[in-house]
Design a protein around this ligand. Structure first.
Ligand SMILES: Nc1ncnc2c1ncn2[C@@H]1O[C@H](COP(=O)(O)OP(=O)(O)OP(=O)(O)O)[C@@H](O)[C@H]1O
Ligand SMILES: [Mg+2]
Length: 211
């Protein structure tokens, strides 16, 4: 299964979620992370993690990435979970990551300005659909949300009107333990920390219906 974490907007939590998914799913599955982020965040985190429970790979050019995706065997795709951390911009590699995915996850915050970012992203999805002919739907997750925020009316209304977005019920709140554990090469579900943060992440994984 290929899971792509994708949004052309920067800083929404793509790398954070990719990393935490990899750490969590690697407990039971063979996990490969593809790092398309130009900052190579996950490649770096994997070095400081110093543990080989999953691997992180990256590609220098479009062709080697295309070849890799096209050559994933059925066995590999059934037995492994491939997590693609997209860069926060529009590019042919990031579009291919969307096209090749079995599941797409798009993190957003709840601020009104996020709607503009989602509109741009929706246009990109629309263009990819036109060139490919298939319908693309992504699972939008509210991430890095202030723990006291309860009103998501604007973003919910926008998402409900779109054919491309499915808003997940799970909400990932802004939790210091998420930022701190990642900085130490760890995932939220493997540290002794904020129970709420761990519960929220596990609920998110459950809702994704991956395993
Ligand atoms: N749920 C969360 N709780 C606390 N901090 C978070 C959470 N999600 C993301 N962050 C923080 O927000 C910042 C941006 O996150 P991240 O680097 O994952 O975004 P990104 O979408 O990968 O960015 P880019 O587009 O630049 O690659 C980081 O400092 C990260 O620690
Ligand atoms: Mg990133």
């Amino acid at each position: 299964m290929i899971i792509t974490i994708s949004h052309q907007k920067g800083g929404v939590g793509k790398s954070t979620i990719s990393w935490n998914l990899a750490v969590h799913l690697a407990k039971n599955k063979n996990v490969i992370v593809i790092d398309l982020d130009v900052q190579k965040t996950l490649t770096y985190l994997h070095q400081i993690r110093n543990k080989n429970d999953f691997s992180v790979i990256s590609f220098n050019d479009d062709k080697s990435f295309v070849d890799y995706i096209n050559n994933i065997s059925d066995d590999e795709s059934n037995d492994s979970i491939i997590i693609i951390d997209s860069g926060g911009f529009d590019s042919s590699m990031n579009r291919l990551a969307i096209l090749g995915a079995d599941k797409i996850i798009t993190p957003v915050s709840s601020k009104f300005i996020e709607i503009l970012g989602l509109q741009t992203y929706e246009n990109i999805l629309h263009e990819i659909e036109k060139s490919n002919g298939s319908i693309i739907k992504t699972n939008v997750v509210l991430n890095n949300i202030n723990p006291i925020t309860k009103d998501f009316k604007d973003i919910r209304n926008f998402i409900n009107e779109s054919n491309h977005f499915n808003l997940l019920n799970s909400i990932l709140r802004q939790r210091a333990d998420i930022a701190n554990s990642v900085a130490n090469g760890l995932g939220i579900t493997e540290i002794k920390g904020n129970d709420k943060a761990i519960k929220e992440f596990k609920e998110f994984v459950k809702e994704l219906n991956i395993i």
